[in-house]
Design a protein around this ligand. Structure first.
Ligand SMILES: CC(C)(COP(=O)(O)OP(=O)(O)OC[C@H]1O[C@@H](n2cnc3c(N)ncnc32)[C@H](O)[C@@H]1OP(=O)(O)O)[C@@H](O)C(=O)NCCC(=O)NCCS
Length: 172
């Protein structure tokens, strides 16, 4: 477990491998107690690939340690993941993960607050997340409320239990 500080920066396309590695390690380890292992084994290859469009959007961030290793990632978009639908004033949380050695050090909180500030500056009035079953307490601690328990269809026949959550964004 590290106690070193971390730094947040906007992600670039050159972060694709680092982000994919982080998603694999984080999801593989931290989701294991929350999903059936057979389901997780099928889902992991689909959910732990860095999304190039998101990575290049200027709305995706990485947290790195003093040796430039990516220890956290996360971003936001105006389009709803999966459908691409736009709804005025609504932003969406995208692909959040913290390295297992860095959890509970405020990495994801710092990334999420950065996203919320950004989304606010772009006129968003609320932000939604399709939370994994592992991240509900994290989003709740950051002011999100549960809208509904749902299943995200990752591919035909593969439904991934998730929780749709939302918080308002109030600009000062
Ligand atoms: C969910 C996740 C991103 C949180 O990352 P993190 O960097 O550990 O979160 P933070 O340290 O910023 O936590 C901020 C607050 O959220 C709450 N929180 C975070 N993780 C929690 C957990 N596992 N259980 C209960 N509360 C939690 C706490 O209130 C925490 O503050 P505290 O540590 O002072 O009590 C991380 O556990 C993770 O990567 N999980 C696996 C991937 C995943 O589910 N991603 C979400 C995709 S929707």
């Amino acid at each position: 477990m590290s106690t070193s500080p971390f730094t947040i920066r906007i992600a670039a396309s050159s972060d694709a491998c680092g982000v994919s590695d982080l998603l694999k390690t984080s999801y593989g380890e931290l989701l294991a107690g929350h999903y059936e292992l057979a389901l997780l084994a099928r889902a992991l290859p689909l959910i732990s690939r860095a999304n190039p469009a998101l990575l290049n959007s200027g709305r995706y961030f990485v947290a790195h340690d003093g040796e430039n290793r990516i220890v956290g990632c996360g971003g936001w978009s105006l389009d709803r993941p999966g459908t691409g639908e736009l709804e005025g004033g609504l932003a969406h949380v995208r692909h959040f993960a913290t390295h297992p050695s860095w959890v509970r050090r405020g990495v994801a909180k710092a990334l999420l607050l950065r996203c919320i500030r950004d989304a606010d500056a772009h006129g968003a009035r609320a932000i939604e997340a399709f939370s994994t079953l592992a991240a509900v307490d994290f989003y709740a601690a950051l002011g999100f409320e549960v809208i509904q328990e749902t299943k995200v269809e990752l591919t035909p026949g593969l439904a991934f239990p998730s929780v749709r959550m939302r918080r308002s964004i109030s600009s000062a």
